[in-house]
Design a protein around this ligand. Structure first.
Ligand code: S3P
Length: 178
């Protein structure tokens, strides 16, 4: 990614439970940008829940819908976009994500688990041992998140407000203009 180039699109990547939606909304508010969540957009255009899509079309069908939504949303300006945790697993999506400044919200598996264990709308975790699944996904995906990210922020121990403050500082330090 080119530095010093104004790029009014911020993309949040990272695992389930990293706080992409909460932090994304606050960051958008602070910057005067519009907030989008790719999962919410998939549900809106499909008229169906993520769980329903996984059940009827499997993960493959969900990923196809996700790719279409990511292509559309990453063409917008003055947007903060929270992506689903698995968006980075599809190589075609990398091209779309790179249209913006990519921020990796990194969270320990224990934190991810704490924040997701009561949620029924995350189909990949509706199994006997969701913590093990989160660990497996983290091992596979963490290198991809790191490779794509312009900056990385560790979440979980501070308030969303502090996280947003840290993001803005890190962007400034990296000489990235939003
Ligand atoms: C997924 C993460 C979810 C959602 C879907 C699959 C994943 O999004 O896209 O359940 O593969 O990690 P969040 O990261 O917003 O929970």
């Amino acid at each position: 990614m080119e530095c010093n180039q104004p790029k009014p699109l911020i993309i949040l990547i990272g695992p389930m439970g990293a706080g992409k939606t909460t932090i994304g909304k606050l960051l958008a508010q602070q910057l005067g940008f519009t907030f989008y969540d790719s999962d919410q957009e998939i549900e809106r255009v499909s008229g169906a829940s993520i769980s329903w899509i996984f059940e009827k079309e499997g993960e493959v069908g969900f990923r196809q819908r996700e790719t279409r939504v990511l292509d559309k949303l990453t063409q917008l300006d003055h947007v903060v976009l929270a992506t689903g945790g698995g968006a980075v697993t599809i190589a075609e999506n990398h091209h779309f994500l790179k249209r913006g400044i990519i921020i990796y919200l990194r969270a320990e598996v224990d934190i991810q688990y704490e924040r997701t264990c009561r949620d029924r709308n995350r189909p990949l975790l509706q199994i006997d041992n969701p913590k093990q699944k989160l660990t497996e996904l983290f091992c596979k995906r963490d290198p991809i998140y790191q490779q794509l990210a312009d900056i990385t922020i560790v979440t979980g121990h501070s308030s969303p407000k502090k996280m947003v403050h840290d993001i803005l500082l890190q962007l400034q330090d990296a000489n990235i203009t939003v």
